[in-house]
Design a protein around this ligand. Structure first.
Ligand code: PH2
Ligand code: MG
Ligand code: MG
Length: 157
């Protein structure tokens, strides 16, 4: 979950609640919120990011549609925004169990997951032992990425 516009922390919390309210989705784990330097396009505000772990009976494609519906309810209009640009809320699927999927609109694990401290650090809180692309444990990769990228625990101050 990511947000770098508006009330960022409130956006993350609302998205988490909306996700939990989706039929067939239960949010089981929630990582801390981190403030993170923008990756990809650096000329934008810092993000708040977190990761949630869910249990679901939905397929990845069904879940993707639900994530996009939530983004849409925040007023996100994809056609009007830049890739990697500012956003009120961004909901990305990082992993779906151990599934590997390569479809035009959905690749799992998320193709850039293992490069991004803002995803791996909170993920490692929830599941330190999960093996990420590259064959490395989330906790080990998180430690490495956190040294290279700007990320700090968000306390609300
Ligand atoms: N999301 C992006 C691009 N860059 N940078 C940070 N720090 N956090 C994000 O969630 C993020 C980003 C595209 O979705
Ligand atoms: Mg994203
Ligand atoms: Mg996205």
């Amino acid at each position: 979950l990511g947000s770098n516009q508006g009330r960022r922390a409130a956006n993350l919390e609302r998205a988490r609640l909306e996700l939990d309210a989706v039929p067939g989705v239960k949010v089981r784990w929630t990582a801390s919120v981190y403030e993170t330097a923008p990756v990809g396009r650096t000329d934008q505000d810092w993000f708040l990011n977190t990761v949630v772990g869910i249990e679901t009976t939905l397929t990845p494609q069904e879940l993707l549609v639900r994530l996009q519906e939530i983004e849409h309810r925040f007023g996100r209009i994809r056609a009007r925004e830049k890739r990697w640009g500012p956003r009120l809320i961004d909901l990305d699927m990082l992993l779906y169990g151990e599934l590997v999927l390569d479809e035009p609109d959905l690749r799992l694990p998320h193709p850039r997951l293992a490069e991004r401290a803002f995803a791996v650090v909170p993920l490692a809180e929830i599941n330190p032992g999960v093996i990420l692309p590259g064959g490395i444990r989330a906790a080990d990769l998180a430690r490495r990425l956190a040294r290279e990228q700007q990320i700090c625990l968000y306390t609300g101050n």
